[in-house]
Design a protein around this ligand. Structure first.
Ligand SMILES: Cc1ncc(COP(=O)(O)O)c(C=O)c1O
Length: 414
């Protein structure tokens, strides 16, 4: 019989990230920091190789009264001022176009996981991109869900609308409901960001499929963990959200927001779901189920993390300080990516269509990934294996070390 529930017997995380992080760490001790290119970690490091802690954030946190940190949150769904500021920051000028709801969750992870749980029943199928963040699959298994994938890119290196539509329509036919994940802008691990026109077509697909039968519904989870690192500023990064004005009343969009990256406060576990629909009934239903999940799974989100976000966002000066400081790093990411992308073009090194964000991914056939990683490791380059490629976390690697990196990689793996 054993101690585990049947549904937990096969749980076993194979953490390829942690293993590679350790290899990189050991190599630094053995060969010296300067001789190792560590592109493993998905956190922001500055040009001196130091973990970024934003002063505009930490100075506010240090001055929070203890009573804003120690007690429980004001509500299971989160502090009201946090929810107000999160909805406003996530949606910007689009907030008043939709019926809107929001809950605080432990990081963006809590939002993604609770969305799966409250939209799909065990044995139902979740639709995710074939290249994507690993934990989607882990979370799906945690909730007893099956997973289907759409091809993220077409032959022109654009979002593969055809594949998205095809896979979604199969699921709709079988279960009368689709929950699909799109991680955009600044996709992890490729750095792709969709055009507004691509979003408009996604909305059309959602509407077409949900109109096939009376009780069909299409729920989209847009994972926006990296949205505040999009190039071109706040309004531009949210401009695609206008596309949902055409969303059918039957459908719902959930944005999974994370303070981990937006504030570089990964450990405070603040984040949330902001959900929009053109039907208030959908928002009320989703809210009711989520309130139950908050109480039933994590109880409440750390008060200090929420207070930190709402204190900054509700004060123009503090907010401007944060935006300004964060933008310095958006520029640094731009610089690092330009170096790498220009060089890889010169060298004929194949990469996925990067636009912005923390990561660049090399196009590598799945069956060759392991062997090529080993070759790179031998030359003290430590990236991460992902589906259909090898991910380089340019967020964690100073420009100086990115100079010449594409050339080296091309020489090593061909
Ligand atoms: C694509 C993606 N989504 C969501 C998250 C959620 O992070 P957190 O739970 O720390 O907010 C991450 C973090 O690495 C991520 O890469």
């Amino acid at each position: 019989m054993g101690i585990l529930a049947k549904r937990s017997k096969d749980k076993n995380i194979i953490d390829t990230v942690f293993t590679m992080v350790k290899k990189a760490k050991d190599a630094k001790i053995k060969y010296g920091e300067e001789n190792v290119t560590d592109v493993t970690i998905g956190a922001l490091f500055d040009e001196n190789g130091k973990f970024v802690i934003l002063d505009s954030v930490s100075s506010v946190y240090k001055n929070l009264p203890n009573m804003d940190i120690a007690p429980y949150a004001e509500s299971f769904i989160g502090n009201p001022d946090f929810l107000k500021e999160m909805k406003s920051w996530v949606l910007g000028e689009h907030e008043n176009k939709y019926c809107v709801g929001g809950i605080a969750t432990p990081g963006g992870s809590g939002s993604v996981s609770s969305t799966m749980k409250n939209i799909l029943d065990p044995e139902e199928v979740l639709l995710i991109p074939n290249i994507g963040w690993g934990p989607y699959k882990i979370m799906a298994q945690e909730h007893g869900l099956k997973v289907a994938t759409y091809d993220l890119f077409d032959e022109y290196d654009k979002f593969n609308l055809k594949s998205f539509e095809l896979e979604a329509s199969k699921i709709m036919e079988n279960q009368g409901k689709v929950l699909a994940i799109i991680n955009d802008p600044c996709h992890n691990p490729t750095g792709y960001t969709m055009e507004k026109s691509e979003w408009e077509e996604v909305v059309e697909i959602m509407n077409n499929l949900s109109s096939k039968k009376e009780d069909n519904t299409f729920i989209l989870l847009d994972d926006i963990a990296y949205i505040d690192y999009a190039v071109g500023g706040y309004e531009k990064s949210r401009s695609y959200m206008g596309a949902f004005e055409k969303l059918s009343n039957k459908n719902l969009v959930v944005f999974s927001f994370s303070c981990s990256k937006s504030l570089t406060e990964y450990g405070l576990r603040a984040g949330g779901s902001v959900f929009i629909s053109n039907s208030q009934e959908n928002i009320d239903d989703y809210m009711r189920a989520n309130e139950f999940t908050c109480r039933g799974v994590w109880s409440n989100v750390p008060r200090g993390g929420m207070k930190l976000f709402s204190t900054i966002q509700s004060n123009e000066e503090l907010k401007n300080n944060l935006v300004k400081e964060r933008n310095k790093y958006v520029k640094i990411l731009e610089k690092r990516s330009e170096i790498f992308m220009n060089e890889s073009k010169d060298q004929g090194l194949e990469v996925y269509p990067y636009k912005e964000g923390f990561f660049i991914t090399l196009k590598v056939k799945t069956e060759e990934v392991k062997e090529k990683l080993e070759l790179l490791n031998k030359e003290n380059i430590y990236p991460i294996q992902v589906a259909h490629g090898i991910r380089l976390a340019i967020c964690g690697c100073p420009s100086q070390k990115i100079n010449g990196l594409a050339k080296r990689i091309k020489e090593i793996i061909g």
